[in-house]
Write a protein that binds this ligand. Structure first.
Ligand code: HEC
Length: 157
């Protein structure tokens, strides 16, 4: 059927309605959350620092440089938190899983404190055991949350 004025009109109306609708919606998550377009999330930066501090711990254990291990462990235990706005976005995204997310964070914190104490006693075996517990907390949270987190906030797996 040829395009009658009537169908053209309704088509135009549909386009106008869509444009209106789009205008009333919040911008898609991609525009705000893709790292190329927005500043990296504070959580991502915090994680990178945690990664560096964990490398510092293995290096310190290898050198039996216990003050260095203790210093890194304290940094891991007391890592900064994202600013409130970002924290609220993360917690909103986690929904009912937020408690598990916090549990992993607490586990990492407690194990890192034990690592710091073992290093202060220069107890290498206890330090290694505590280090394994820290890694277990990192891994546990990553296995459970990293992929959905990246899909949601970075539109990336
Ligand atoms: C409570 C949950 C949680 C814990 C505990 C946790 N992480 Fe993460 N980590 C995440 C999430 C979520 C991401 C994905 C962040 C992103 O892609 O922006 C991540 C990403 C990372 C990354 C990749 C960052 C990048 O450049 O993309 C590193 C490195 C990392 N974490 C290190 C650690 C280390 C080391 C520990 C333990 C000391 C740890 N994390 C503990 C949740 C956690």
């Amino acid at each position: 059927m040829p395009c009658t004025p009537r169908t053209t009109l309704s088509h135009a109306a549909a386009v106008a309605a869509l444009a209106l609708l789009a205008g009333s919606l919040p911008p898609p998550a991609r525009a705000a959350d893709t790292p190329e377009q927005a500043a990296p999330m504070a959580l991502t930066t915090i994680m990178r620092e945690l990664g560096k501090d964990m490398q510092g711990v293995t290096d310190g254990i290898a050198r039996e440089d216990w003050p260095a291990v203790a210093q890194r462990a304290v940094r891991i235990a007391d890592h900064p938190q994202p600013p409130l706005g970002e924290k609220l976005r993360i917690l909103a995204f986690m929904g009912k899983d937020a408690g598990h997310f916090r549990d992993y964070d607490r586990q990492a914190h407690d194990a890192a404190q034990q690592l710091a104490q073992a290093a202060q006693r220069q107890d290498g075996s206890a330090a290694i055991a505590a280090f394994a517990n820290v890694q277990g907390a990192c891994l546990g949270c990553h296995q459970r949350f990293r992929k959905p987190f990246r899909e949601h906030f970075h539109s990336q797996p």
